[in-house]
Design a protein around this ligand. Structure first.
Ligand code: TRP
Length: 341
């Protein structure tokens, strides 16, 4: 959660309305508890405080590491449903899709002229993604998407980007692009700041980081039965006595942490309460805690899912708003560059 321990957090607490957040996700599949405790919860809290919230469905960015994205439309609808279920309010947050905002995408061209190829090649997050990519060779989009992401942030004057550690290099690219543009053509862009999430890394049901591709994730939209099945299959260890020791007992501790987060309790207390009752008791506790915690979100999601027109109307309204702002920004960019004819 957001605390007020850093100067930036204190500034947000003092003047939330000075901030415009731009954040978002690649529509690659259902959001899970790792996303919830990592970022969604923060977004809802920032929204509650009155920060202006822009959430991008990064449907072009999906194509960085695959040739085609299967059933993208469905995945996008699912992502919007997950947002609404988690508590993003379409009356307060602007939820929109990359591909629906032409002027945003056009910013990519002048922005690309502001970075060098070695800079693109040095990006540690991109390097890591290339390493894990399922493609035999790397696409141009893979190298340039951090600059595209700069356009996502800068088109709407986003000055606050809540991110995980892996996104920090991209924030640096964005700041570099904004600074260089301003130096070359005059002051157009605010220099955004990254708000590093202090959420703990959430372990999945195998003790490793929760992630869809590892099959260890509990989706927000999973049914209670699916949740029970996933938790039952979780990796534990031979020591019957339950303790919280993430270093030495990643499996058991991941489960303890999950229950603790859902119950809003300290993980050591949760472990002590289960104690000698063993892994089966821990798993029952986790299942109940997760299902109870997610019940209101799942209910909201099911209600919205009955109304696909509403989901699309949320996206259309967000796209319209994003387009208005992107057109204005592109106009300013072209004026600064002397290319309004
Ligand atoms: N890169 C982010 C992800 O992989 C998604 C994203 C696209 C994003 N554009 C952004 C995040 C701008 C923050 C700001 O999930």
């Amino acid at each position: 959660m957001i605390t007020t321990t850093t100067p930036l957090e204190a500034r947000i607490a003092a003047a939330p309305r000075d901030f415009r957040v731009l954040t978002g996700d690649r529509p690659t599949g259902p959001l899970h508890l790792g996303h919830y405790f990592g970022t969604l919860r923060n977004r809802v809290e920032l929204q509650r405080r009155g920060v202006d919230m822009f959430v991008i469905v990064a449907d072009y960015q999906v194509l960085t590491d695959r040739d085609v994205a299967d059933r993208l439309g469905e995945t996008v609808d699912g992502l919007v449903l997950d947002y609404l279920a988690a508590g993003l309010d379409p009356d307060r947050a602007t939820i929109f899709a990359h591909s629906a905002v032409p002027a945003l995408n056009q910013l990519l061209l002048p922005f690309l002229s502001l970075v060098t190829v070695p800079e693109l090649q040095r990006n540690p997050t991109v390097k890591d993604e290339i390493l894990h990519s399922r493609q035999s060779s790397v696409s141009g989009l893979m190298f340039t998407y951090p600059v595209h992401q700069a356009a996502d942030i800068l088109f709407c004057g986003g000055n606050l980007v809540p991110v995980g550690q892996d996104q920090l290099p991209h924030i640096e690219v964005t700041r570099t692009v904004a600074r260089r543009f301003n130096e070359r053509y005059g002051p157009v862009f605010a220099i955004p700041e990254g708000l590093l999430s202090n959420a703990p890394l959430l372990a999945g049901t195998d003790g490793r980081k929760m992630s869809k591709s590892r099959g260890n994730a509990i989706a927000l939209s999973a049914t209670p039965d699916e949740t029970a099945r996933l938790v039952r299959s979780a990796t534990t260890d031979a020591d019957r006595h339950i303790t919280y020791d993430p270093e030495r007992r990643p499996g058991v501790s991941g489960l303890v942490q999950l229950a603790a987060l859902c119950l809003g309790r300290d993980p050591h207390d949760v472990a002590a309460e289960v104690g000698g009752a063993g892994a089966a008791a821990l798993k029952r506790m986790v299942t109940d805690a997760v299902n109870e915690f997610l019940a209101p979100m799942r209910e909201r999601r099911a209600a919205y899912a009955k109304d696909p027109d509403f989901v699309r109307s949320v996206l259309r309204a967000g796209n319209a708003r994003a387009n208005t702002i992107a057109d204005q920004t592109l106009r300013k960019v072209r004026e600064a560059m002397g290319t309004v004819y």
